[in-house]
Design a protein around this ligand. Structure first.
Ligand SMILES: Cc1ncc(COP(=O)(O)O)c(C=O)c1O
Length: 411
């Protein structure tokens, strides 16, 4: 089988065997040695994801009249997101295909709002901390918006420095809850205070944190205000396919009000196929992703999420203690499921190479150079193995036996 289409088809059993064979080179994430790209919430959640997804995998969220079931599920998922994140009565949002999609739509919405409601003309800009996700740059590039990345202070958004970067064409301020590189929550309340003073749209990127931080708080974590509880927060991105443990291809983009969301909607009748009204970037919207999100959220409920996330924070705390014992320095004070740590004497990238030899696939940070983990509930079972392998890897690097070096890239 190759890159040209075969003349004759192949039976499914043979194809399945071929596909299984091809996974031999992939990371073995089910054994818990991968801490990036995938979330392993356990077989109970996986079964619900899979069954709900396949039930609706041919249905299309583009057609709410044809599939009121999907519309109802989307509304209920969005409602759960809005209430978890303290949106006021009248908050609104949609399911998108992922974090980048949610961020792109929020940027487009903020831009159209600024043009229409505030009379902003000319080239717009977004002011974001250095640690914000590149999805903002991608969206900005597509819409010819300037992105002003401002250096962080102590690894989180520097509000005073961000204020200096703002001007009359700023359409959005960004804060992350948390940022991906360090897993730290930006000072959203202080950003909100500045945004209010300046009359600016504040977007909180809670792609990673939106569906874990509320539950960590319920479990007793001292999570600072990071959501619509901060009055200047106009919009949020919160991914269902990350710590919502839903199937891939699902995020939420949320707004403080329907009036704000209205600037997101694309409505076009200027073609012979009839009026096309879509809330998000997609035309066809996979019913499976919407259905799986609805099913997982209702399967877990508040109790289920609290229990799964407790495993995540327990794993993070065990790893924090272990790596500190080994001489690593944790970057900041992570509170959720992401953690990054550096070492003052050895090259963390060389340590990564040795861990890779033992089957670990994790991420890296570049400033400073560090090891990075995005933890899932399943990792609670493998913290001892990780720490033992890390100790071995560190010893190897100290002894001059550095292995494969890895370029720090996310994809
Ligand atoms: C903080 C943050 N925002 C946005 C994104 C983009 O999400 P996606 O990969 O679903 O497009 C990510 C992805 O890791 C992220 O960590």
């Amino acid at each position: 089988m190759g890159t040209t289409m075969p003349e004759k088809g192949t039976n499914w059993a043979a194809l399945k065997a071929e596909m299984t064979e091809r996974t031999q080179g992939d990371v073995k994430w089910r054994d818990g040695k991968t801490a990036v790209y995938v979330f392993n919430a356990g077989p109970d959640v996986a079964e619900v994801q899979k069954e709900a997804y396949t039930m609706f995998m041919s249905e299309n969220g583009l057609g709410p009249l044809a599939f009121p079931s999907l519309k109802q599920m989307e509304d209920e998922v969005v409602g759960m997101g809005l209430s978890l994140l303290h949106a006021p009565e009248g908050g609104a949002g949609n399911i998108t295909s992922g974090g980048t999609d949610s961020i792109t739509m929020a940027v487009k919405t903020a831009r159209d709002y600024a043009r229409k409601e505030k009379g902003v003309t000319g080239r717009c800009n977004i002011v974001a901390p250095f640690s914000a996700h590149p999805a903002f740059d991608k969206a900005a590039k597509m819409m010819e918006i300037e992105i002003r990345r401002v250096p962080c202070a102590d690894l989180v958004a520097d509000v005073a420095a961000m204020e200096k970067a703002v001007d009359g064409n700023t359409i959005m301020l960004v804060g992350s809850a948390p940022c991906f590189p360090y897993g730290l929550i930006d000072p959203i309340a202080a950003l909100g205070e500045m945004a209010e003073r300046k009359g600016l749209w504040l977007h909180v990127d809670a792609c990673v944190g939106g569906y874990i931080a509320p539950f960590v708080r319920m479990n007793g974590g001292d999570i600072p205000p990071f959501d619509f509880a901060v009055p200047a927060v106009h919009s949020m991105s919160a991914d269902l396919h990350k710590y919502g443990y839903c199937a891939k291809g699902a995020s939420t983009v949320l707004y403080r009000s329907e009036d704000l969301r209205a600037h997101m909607i694309f409505d076009c009748a200027d073609w012979p196929g009839g009026r096309m009204v879509t809330p998000t970037l997609a035309g066809t919207r996979p019913g499976g992703a919407i259905a799986a999100a609805w099913a997982v959220m209702n399967f877990l409920g508040v109790e289920g999420y609290r229990a799964k996330h407790k495993l995540v924070t327990d794993a993070r705390e065990a790893i924090e203690a272990g790596v500190t014992r080994l001489g690593f320095r944790i970057l900041g004070r992570p509170q959720l499921g992401l953690i990054a740590f550096t070492h003052d004497e050895v090259d963390p990238f060389a340590v990564w190479g040795k861990l890779f030899e033992r089957g670990w696939f994790t991420s890296l940070t570049t400033e400073p150079k560090g090891l990075h983990l995005m933890l899932s509930p399943f990792h609670a079972q493998v913290t001892d193995t990780y720490l033992a392998d890390l100790e071995w890897a560190l010893g190897e690097v100290k002894a001059g036996n550095a292995g494969k070096k890895r370029e720090a890239r996310y994809s």
